[in-house]
Design a protein around this ligand. Sequence first.
Ligand code: NDP
Ligand code: ISN
Length: 323
Amino acid sequence: MTIQTTITIPNSNNVQIPIIGFGSGTKWQWKKKQGERVYGQELNKFKEIVDEDLVEATITALKHGIVHLDTAEIYTTRKDIGEAIKRSGISRETLFITDKYFSRAAGSDGKLRGPYESAKEALELTGLKYLDLFLLHGEDQNENYTVESSWKELERLVDEGLVRAIGVSNHTVKRLQEIAKIARIKPSVNQIEFHPYLQNQSTGIIEYAEKNDILIEAYGPLTPIVRAKGGPLDSVLDSLAEKYGKTTSQILLKWVHKHGFVTVTTTSNEKRLDEILDVVNFDLDDADFETITKVGNSHFFRAFPIPPLPDYDEELKRERGLI
Ligand SMILES: NC(=O)C1=CN([C@@H]2O[C@H](COP(=O)(O)OP(=O)(O)OC[C@H]3O[C@@H](n4cnc5c(N)ncnc54)[C@H](OP(=O)(O)O)[C@@H]3O)[C@@H](O)[C@H]2O)C=CC1
Ligand SMILES: O=C1Nc2ccccc2C1=O
């Protein structure tokens, strides 16, 4: 069996993305912000704070062999990630860093800004000279920006060597088509929620990505065992875990990788890091892969209702015969 641990990012200058990303959002961003949703200038209070638990967890992840870190402006974890990289002593070239622009973050002057300023600040906060991948975090644009002006700023970041590849997150087919019309450098990645209970974050998004050479990065891959326990996959995952001598989380991560997608997961548990990395060392039989797909499709669960994605829920459920 050939073990594939990186994938070439489409529409990039042969940039290789490691298939296992370690996230600093979800549990980490809520820990820092104590569960509050924070926007605009309020974010500035948090971005300078370093959470030692996150720094330690990231250093531990790097020591266990994780090389791909995921951060974002809205998480306010850029400084923590930079600190972990510095303290780990690992050379920059071996790492892959993803960051994301949030349209409702304001600079110190209180003005809502665009992706160019956001990425420049990411470089300052992390202490890095370049980012490997920079994404528009969602479809929302602030009043000073349009889809076109945002995308042109992403292209400028590539032109100036500050970012190696550009893409989007939580984007629908409609918006990707708009970007395709004006893009000189096409979007290379769409980072979306993806797991057996949500196999299309919005209508047609996976098919569109396949046809248009856009790599899918799957966040929330463990949702069936973390946020949607009690669903029809519970017993299937338990028996597959026993059959392969693996954990249920390893079965879920493998199911995502078998689609040819990157996973973004996270943990504060050192033992789970080795489990995550061990996923490259086994394979799921096609029949078991199909069973997870089929049983997963019999249940619908969206863990991250980021606008406008819930607008697609009814259509997605109808497609699957659930309503
Ligand atoms: N672009 C976007 O809009 C979004 C991006 N993301 C990115 O993706 C990253 C990962 O997302 P996330 O949804 O957390 O990923 P997962 O679905 O992989 O869930 C990870 C969580 O599951 C817990 N966990 C792992 N294994 C088990 C287990 N066996 N039993 C119980 N709990 C377990 C972990 O906690 P523990 O510490 O206990 O192991 C951790 O909190 C984020 O941090 C962020 O970087 C996430 C959401 C949206
Ligand atoms: O990591 C996260 N990224 C997000 C984006 C929107 C809403 C929640 C989250 C997360 O928990």
